[in-house]
Each structure stands twice: as structure tokens, then as C-alpha cells.
Design a protein around this ligand. Structure first.
Ligand code: F6R
Length: 263
């Protein structure tokens, strides 16, 4: 795991979007796994800028979102389909048929969750998975005690997540209790995982994910089992880490090795 502590979320957005743009240059049919919430908005703004100002082409890109609430129509202001349109899809040239969300409506949801997995596999798997982290350590909507091998399925949200996410519901309504989400096993199948976390509110979850024991109680700790995961943190979210000096010296050494062409 790489742990990169930056001065601000803006700096993280630049670094993470650059990673995506470099990968896109190498593979125009990139398969992206995408997150919603307050964490990735800076990255999406930079991708939009790259398209508008530099003509970066997303026409061959495919996207798979991590999760979506059950019972909210796509037009609902709090649905994740609406969020993605507003922050990214309406402003780049991704093709509507290349955009995928886990199923939330209609019948046979279990079978359609399995199809979601198959659609990812058919495209050769997710190249880059963007993640945030819940203050309870969830990734996607894989709440504490989710199986570390889980695949796309319907999950019940915890009270903590409902409370955290009620900030997006202006009318005082609370979010739906059920959501469809990629599983932890699905996320671990991505080739490269980029997790961003910002603010003191995330410090415990970040510490447990990076330095704690691998445990279903802290779903993001499963990322310790993934060979290519990078955490992009601000100082506040990194404040609980005990080995910060080590992460910093590792990053400096990596930079030097890259400069010498050895990495
Ligand atoms: C959203 C998602 C969630 C969020 C997490 C953090 O698609 O997968 O796991 O990443 O709840 O949310 P924010 O970024 O709003 O703090």
C-alpha cells in the first residue's frame, strides 16, 4: 500500500486525476470504477476540465459506479445517478451505453447483481477504482461485518451511514435504508485502487484501514490484501497514523527510484 499525505484535498484531486489521465492516455478504453459523495468531486472537476480545455477523449471509457440507493429514481437529486450526471457525465463525452450502475429497480435484483459482475468481467475488469471511505470504515456501501469476499448485492445501511449521509438530504428526510453495492471482493478485483480521505472525521477509519488488523469490522482494512492500492490523505485524515515518517520516506525513495528509471 502507498500512503500519500498531501497539504489539501485540492492537491489530492490533482494527483489522482493525473493518475487517471495518464492511464487514459495509455488505454483509451479504460474501465473506471467510480465513487460518489463529497470526496471525489475535485477529481471529477479536474477530469471535466481536461475534457473541456484539452479535449481529452472519454468516448471509449466505460464506468461502473460502486453503489446506488434502492427506491430513488435516477431523477432524484440524492440519487447517485443524478450525482454522477451533475459532477461528471453531463460534461464529458462518455457514451451513455458505457455507463453502469448496480441494479436498484425492478425484479430479480439478485440475478441482475450477478450480471453487473459479469459486465465488469466482460470488459476485462476495472482498471482504476476510485474510493472514498465512510467514517465507519465502509467502502462502497460495504458496511462493517460485510464479507471480505462479497460481490455486488443489496445491503442494509447502518445508522451511522444514514446519519452521515443525511447531510445531503436538505428536507431533513433520511436516505433510503437499502442500497445496491459492489462487494469488497468486487473492489479487490480492480487492478489499481485510489482511495481518498479528507478531514478529521475519517481519521479513525483511515488508521484502522492502513494499520489495523484485517477485519470485517473495518471493511477498508481488506485493502491490505490488494497489491496496488494508494491512499491519498490530507493531514487531518492522516492524523491517527503511527508510521507517517515511514510512509514519507518510502515515497521519497520511490521518487528517487523512479527518477533513476528503476521503478
Ligand atoms: C459512495 C461510496 C461511499 C463513500 C463514503 C464517503 O459512492 O462508495 O463509500 O465514498 O461514504 O463519503 P463522503 O465522500 O461523502 O465522505
Amino acid at each position: 500500500m502507498k500512503v500519500i499525505v498531501l497539504d489539501s484535498r485540492e492537491e489530492a484531486a490533482v494527483t489522482v486525476s493525473d493518475e487517471i489521465l495518464v492511464a487514459l492516455r495509455q488505454k483509451p478504453d479504460l474501465v473506471l470504477g467510480l465513487a460518489t459523495g463529497s470526496t471525489p468531486t475535485g477529481v471529477y472537476a479536474r477530469l471535466v476540465q481536461a475534457h473541456v480545455n484539452e479535449g481529452v477523449d472519454f468516448s471509449r471509457v466505460s464506468t461502473f459506479n460502486l453503489d446506488e440507493y434502492l427506491g430513488l429514481p435516477a431523477s432524484h437529486a440524492c440519487s447517485y445517478r443524478h450525482f454522477m450526471k451533475v459532477h461528471l457525465f453531463d460534461h464529458i463525452n462518455v457514451r451513455p451505453e458505457n455507463i453502469h450502475f448496480p441494479p436498484t429497480e425492478g425484479e430479480q435484483l439478485v440475478a441482475r447483481c450477478a450480471e453487473y459482475e459479469q459486465s465488469i468481467d466482460r470488459l476485462g475488469g476495472i482498471d482504476i477504482q476510485l474510493l472514498g471511505i465512510g467514517s465507519n470504515g465502509h467502502i462502497g456501501f460495504n458496511e462493517p461485518t460485510s464479507s471480505l469476499a462479497s460481490r455486488t448485492r443489496i445491503k442494509t445501511l447502518t445508522e451511522k451511514t444514514l446519519k452521515d449521509n443525511s447531510r445531503f438530504y436538505v428536507s431533513g428526510d433520511s436516505p433510503p435504508r437499502l442500497a445496491s453495492t459492489m462487494g469488497i471482493g468486487t473492489i479487490l478485483g480492480a487492478k489499481h485502487i485510489l482511495l481518498q480521505a479528507f478531514g478529521e472525521r475519517k481519521a479513525n477509519a483511515v488508521q484502522a484501514a492502513i494499520e489495523g488488523a484485517v477485519s470485517a469490522l473495518w471493511p477498508a482494512s481488506a485493502l491490505q490484501l490488494h497489491a496496488n492500492t494508494s491512499f491519498y490523505l490530507d493531514r487531518e485524515s492522516a492524523s491517527g497514523l503511527t508510521m507517517l515518517d515511514y510512509y514519507q520516506s518510502t515515497n521519497e525513495n520511490d521518487r528517487e527510484l523512479r527518477r533513476r528509471g528503476l521503478l
